[in-house]
Design a binder for this molecule. Structure first.
Ligand code: DX5
Ligand code: ZN
Length: 229
């Protein structure tokens, strides 16, 4: 994975056909996705359950690019090796998931993955101030995690603060929740470079009719890059 600050669109397979993950991942990549975002939920840290490392491993061969795994689980540490072995490129843990996020980020890097740290809407940017040297990505949640299709919560001020805190460090700022062509430009302007989008990418398409995925991805990218098509 090489670092850059160009806008990257990361479709969340939370909005894909769960019986068809392999084909859905291949379809969004063929339609222009930069990363594939994989939402792991445990029914404990968040009030919903999705899937675990075995599903991630099954999906992996169908993703050519970056597999971005968002862990909405607590505890995190006992499962890091399993998700690393499943082929995650980025493993993101929540700062709220336990008292030892510093150790968690060390363990993620030791397992050979890029280390991400996610912040719920109620958590201030300053929560990562002493973690930046251990971090490759800060994920700013713009919904309360657990479900796709929720209303965007504006985190412009937090993203701007993080962008300043990060300075020249090679750390991505990722936005997760409610990203669409209306909300993406706000976050891009504030300093984000990775935009996760579930419903806004998968709406209107399917593996047998994937062209809408491409149109949706291009619309979000164009809006974020400030080029209104
Ligand atoms: C929410 C997940 C998000 C979600 C985004 O807990 O982490 O990745 O899938 O979905 P949309 O884009 O529909 O808000
Ligand atoms: Zn996510």
């Amino acid at each position: 994975m090489t670092f850059d600050r160009k806008i990257k669109i990361a479709p969340s397979i939370l909005a894909a056909d769960f019986a068809n993950f392999g084909a859905e991942c291949a379809a969004v990549e063929a339609q222009g996705a930069d990363w594939v975002h994989v939402d792991v939920m445990d029914g404990h840290f968040v009030p919903n359950i999705t899937f675990g490392p075995a599903t991630c491993a099954a999906i992996r061969p169908h993703i050519k690019g970056v597999m971005d795994v968002h862990l909405m689980i607590a505890p995190v540490d006992p499962y890091i090796d399993a998700f690393a072995k499943a082929g995650a490129d980025v493993l993101t843990a929540h700062v709220e998931a336990g008292p030892h996020i510093h150790r968690t980020l060390q363990a993620i890097r030791a397992a050979g993955c890029k280390a991400g740290v996610a912040l719920n809407p109620g958590t201030p940017a300053e929560a990562v101030a002493h973690l930046l040297d251990l971090t490759d990505l800060v994920c700013v949640m713009t919904v309360n995690p657990g479900f796709g299709g929720q209303k965007f919560i504006d985190m412009t001020a937090k993203v701007k603060t993080l962008r300043q805190m990060i300075g020249d460090r090679p750390i991505h700022i990722e936005i997760d929740g409610g990203m669409d062509p209306n909300t993406a430009p706000l976050m891009a302007r504030a300093g984000a470079d990775v935009l996760v989008a579930g419903s806004a990418v998968f709406k209107g398409g399917s593996v047998s009719d994937p062209a809408p995925y491409g149109a949706n991805i291009r619309a979000i990218r164009a809006a974020a890059e400030g080029v209104y098509a």
